[in-house]
Design a protein around this ligand. Sequence first.
Ligand SMILES: Nc1ncnc2c1ncn2[C@@H]1O[C@H](COP(=O)(O)OP(=O)(O)O)[C@@H](O)[C@H]1O
Ligand SMILES: [Mg+2]
Length: 300
Amino acid sequence: MNAIEIKSLTKNFGAKQALKGLNMTVPEGAIYGFIGENGSGKSTTEKIICGLIHPSGGSVKLFGKDYTNVDIRAKIGVLIEAPGCFQNYSVWNNMMLQAANLGIKNPEQEVVKALKTVRMEGAASNKYKNCSLGMKQRVGIAMALLGNPALLVLDEPINGLDADGMRIMRDVLLDVTKNHGCTVVVSSHILGELEKIATHYGIVRGGKMIREMTAAELDADCRTYAALQTKEMSKAKALLSCKYSRVDEENEYIRVFDAEKPEDIVTHLYENGILVSEIKTAKIGLEEYYIDLMNGKERG
Ligand SMILES: Nc1ncnc2c1ncn2[C@@H]1O[C@H](COP(=O)(O)OP(=O)(O)O)[C@@H](O)[C@H]1O
Ligand SMILES: [Mg+2]
């Protein structure tokens, strides 16, 4: 079953059309990376999924039922913007308050469990205001986890985190999907990070879904290139640009796309008096795939 199935979703804010017929499919158990430039409609879509705002049109199904279904609503955990916490309360007290608000049975047990999942069990007595950004984000996720949601919707949870904070967040999201049977939708523009955990991607632009794919499809779609070094970089680049349709330079390597065989490149340069000191093949990552897609470059 799909955790989320959205068809032709529209949302108008006055005259502003934020969503223009967006479709979205998130299979159960996925970590769905939700990507798009600022203002493309990610937060609006997430807010609709979470029942925080209502759509102007279209259909939103969660686990096969309409998004307004009360049983379904109870299964959705959400972190959009910062968690609503009291600065001077401890993490523990904030969590207990949230558990009380949600009417959770066995609140202590559930709070311990949620804090453990987000690797915050050792910091429960910290005042919220003294927590690092990464810890605050994890408290927000712990709150979203109260009540054992089947779907977790996180809006830019890794924004502003340091490398360590991102690594812990990654572990937490993998743990939540693997061991708690949760489906996760996570929006982010830090594509290199997203690529490490996402099983599915949705790319939005101007209020529409322009591409959805699995991690395997992304991998297959990501072009292979040959990267090489020589002592005569600019001369080599000029030569190769005459022969191949896409040649660029990155991190001190000349990259040649669309070359059938790397050997041909080496031979071609050799015949023109240039020796290749190193050559390797690699694939572009999500970040570049995304930029190419936005720039409308055709994929080979
Ligand atoms: N409450 C609102 N009132 C008016 N316009 C809004 C509101 N919320 C979002 N928008 C507009 O809708 C578009 C999509 O916004 P949003 O969903 O926040 O994008 P994203 O999260 O991808 O950056 C933007 O143009 C934004 O300015
Ligand atoms: Mg947003």
